[in-house]
Design a protein around this ligand. Structure first.
Ligand SMILES: *[C@@H]1O[C@H](CO)[C@@H](O)[C@H](O)[C@H]1NC(C)=O
Ligand SMILES: *[C@@H]1O[C@H](CO)[C@@H](O)[C@H](O)[C@H]1NC(C)=O
Length: 258
């Protein structure tokens, strides 16, 4: 009798395990926009976003092996998610081991400004960050340099309110993801407050900022802004050639550099 229940118990565990694996394999994420996407150890982690009800989902796609683009194997980690529903946050890979997901900008003044995710133990944390920063922003791109500093440029919205008002102050916040410390960069020669731009780090450690939501300046994409992370100096360059149409809500990725 006891032997029988043990067999049943083991079978039950096996079925649970199979079901769990199946669940992960056939998990289909909801459609979304304004989520974060971060690569850690060949896995693309997607968190939050808005639009279709999947805003508390957290999942990844594993690029360690060949992937079948017709049938993507998403892995669902939503059960481990402690980050409240949000959209328009910024994320990078950083930290002292350079393997931690840093998330900034969850838009609710009652909750943490910075969350971290450790992919080795699938756990989220709310780290203590020194330097007294209470500035919350949304719709920005986080860029990390080679010293583990995360640059958060863009508009600053007061009191946790979501407003589309580009006359607000702008800020260059710097989060040191290794020493867990806030700092501020320079605003001398910085472009006006902006959101929904594209940004990426160049090999010479300058961040390139391109495009943005700016109803007042339809030619803004022809002008690019560089922030040198070594000297904290802004500069502007005018592009030549066929200037693309103005855009916002896009992404910018550095390709092969010649
Ligand atoms: C972290 O890893 C990236 C490559 O994924 C590398 O470019 C960067 O320099 C590393 N950062 C640090 C602080 O070692
Ligand atoms: C960094 O590289 C960009 C692109 O080549 C260049 O325009 C910029 O002047 C460089 N910055 C510095 C400080 O050398």
């Amino acid at each position: 009798m006891i032997k029988n229940s043990l067999v049943h118990f083991l079978l039950w565990i096996l079925i649970q395990l199979l079901f769990k694996v199946d669940c992960q394999r056939y998990f289909t994420p909801m459609q979304r926009h304004d989520h974060t996407a971060t690569i850690l150890d060949n896995k693309l982690y997607i968190l939050g976003g808005s639009g279709y009800g999947g805003d508390s989902e957290f999942f990844y796609l594993d690029f360690s092996n060949k992937i079948d683009t017709r049938k993507l194997s998403w892995y669902d980690l939503s059960d481990m998610n402690i980050v409240p529903s949000h959209y328009g946050a910024a994320s990078v890979k950083g930290g002292s081991n350079n393997d931690t997901l840093f998330l900034y900008g969850v838009y609710n003044s009652a909750i943490a400004l910075v969350y971290t995710f450790d992919p080795r133990i699938n756990k989220w944390f709310t780290p203590q960050v020194s330097g007294n920063n209470y500035i919350r922003k949304q719709f920005l791109t986080g860029v990390i340099d080679q010293r583990g500093k995360m640059y958060l440029f863009g508009e600053t919205l007061p009191g946790g309110l979501i407003v589309d008002d580009l006359t607000l102050d702008t800020d260059m916040l710097i989060l040191d993801t290794i020493n867990l410390m806030w700092g501020k960069g320079s605003l001398v020669n910085a472009p006006p407050a902006r959101s929904d731009y594209g940004a990426t780090l160049l090999p010479n450690q300058s961040i390139i900022y391109i495009g943005c939501f700016d109803p007042k300046d339809k030619q803004a994409i022809g002008k690019i802004h560089l922030y040198d992370t070594i000297t904290n100096v802004w500069s502007t360059k005018i592009t030549i050639g066929n200037i693309p149409t103005q855009r916002e809500y896009f992404s910018a990725v550095l390709g092969e550099y010649f």
